[in-house]
Design a protein around this ligand. Structure first.
Ligand code: MN
Ligand code: ZN
Length: 337
């Protein structure tokens, strides 16, 4: 079978490797669709810590069960599945709270261990989730980013009628927007890219702000009559936007941080007390695949407009080159092995 291998930062190769044999409690998945995420591009360019090369990236994937290992129940060849890439130890403190997404030993398929840019991979059966027959594999590959959006709104305790400000309208910001709208919140979203903001409008954003034209903080102040947003979701990951969350948020508000920033950032610490803020990290998803699958099946989430490009596995390197250039119109690039 073929697999995309990042030999070392900057060097991709489509290689021939053996089809894995599913081990105890594992299922073998024939990958049908896998999305390129910002972190895959970072792995390609060597900008992500805790990655050892060579590796196979890819953590947003769906496919068909092609084999079941010993001790697996509830799966048969031909089943359509999406794969939750979060692997956890099951017994640390975080795991005991049902939060394996921030397990002390957490691993993400395609980041800490080999992922989905290949024709077949074996995963623990507990990480495979059935998807309905009428759900496309492309949509199945978007369950993972949608679960990150849902994790963010759950962490921020977004409820109906509240105001939410999202910084960044990339795939993750747009997923958080869709989930926040589903909760009945009013949502403002900012980006520097007009085509992404157009998608945000399609997904029901109440206020879209192009930061090339208008300052997000003054726009949100006007929109909330100076109160600030009850929940602020940071989906860019640069020091400037992290700092801005503390100005955007209302008193008694919540800040949810999705972006990963490698360096230390100075923050106006008095704000935490003055506004009595909850400052919350949000990492991957805590067993949210079933909720996301249900929301899509009920027609409440329509991820299709986010799929902007599709490539065959033969041209996966071209797909990564496109993702690296990061043109405005590329929101989610999918590869179909
Ligand atoms: Mn991702
Ligand atoms: Zn754990």
């Amino acid at each position: 079978m073929r697999a995309l291998i990042v030999e070392e930062p900057g060097k991709l190769r489509l290689a021939d490797t053996d089809v894995p044999t599913p081990g105890e409690a594992e299922v073998l998945v024939r990958v049908q669709a896998v999305g390129i995420c910002g972190s895959d591009v970072h792995i390609y360019h060597g900008n992500l810590v805790f990655v050892s090369y060579p590796c196979v990236p890819g953590h947003e994937l769906s496919g068909v069960v092609a084999g079941v290992g010993p001790g697996v129940e509830g799966f048969a060849e031909g089943d359509r599945v999406a794969v939750n890439p979060t692997l956890s130890c099951g017994h640390c403190y975080a795991c005991s709270l049902g939060r394996g997404n921030c397990c002390a030993d957490v691993q993400c398929l395609g980041v800490h261990c080999d992922g989905g840019f290949r024709e077949y991979l074996s995963v623990p059966a507990g990480n495979a989730h059935h998807i309905p027959d009428d759900m496309s594999f492309e949509t199945g590959a978007l369950i993972e980013p949608l679960s990150i959006g849902l994790q963010a709104t759950r962490r921020g305790r977004v409820t109906a009628g509240e105001t939410v400000a999202i910084i960044g309208a990339g795939a993750i910001g747009l997923c958080a927007l869709q989930q926040a709208k589903l909760e009945g919140a009013k949502v403002a979203i900012a980006d520097a890219c007009a085509s992404r903001l157009k998608l945000a409008e399609q997904f029901g954003a109440d206020l879209v702000v192009n930061v090339n034209e208008r300052d997000f903080l003054s726009a949100v102040e006007e929109w909330t009559e100076a109160a600030g947003a009850n929940v602020v979701i940071e989906a860019v990951g640069i020091p400037e936007t992290l700092r801005q969350t503390l100005d955007l948020v209302s008193a008694a508000g919540r800040v949810v941080v999705l972006g990963v920033i490698a360096e230390d950032v100075a923050l106006p610490a008095s704000m935490f007390v003055r506004k009595e803020l909850d400052f919350l990290g949000s990492r991957m998803n805590a067993n949210l695949f079933p909720d996301v699958i249900r929301r899509i099946s009920e027609g409440k989430l329509r991820p299709e407009p986010m799929m902007t490009h599709t490539f065959p596995l033969d041209d996966v390197i071209g797909a990564f080159e496109l993702a690296s250039k990061g043109p405005d119109e590329a929101v989610k690039i999918l590869v179909k092995p």
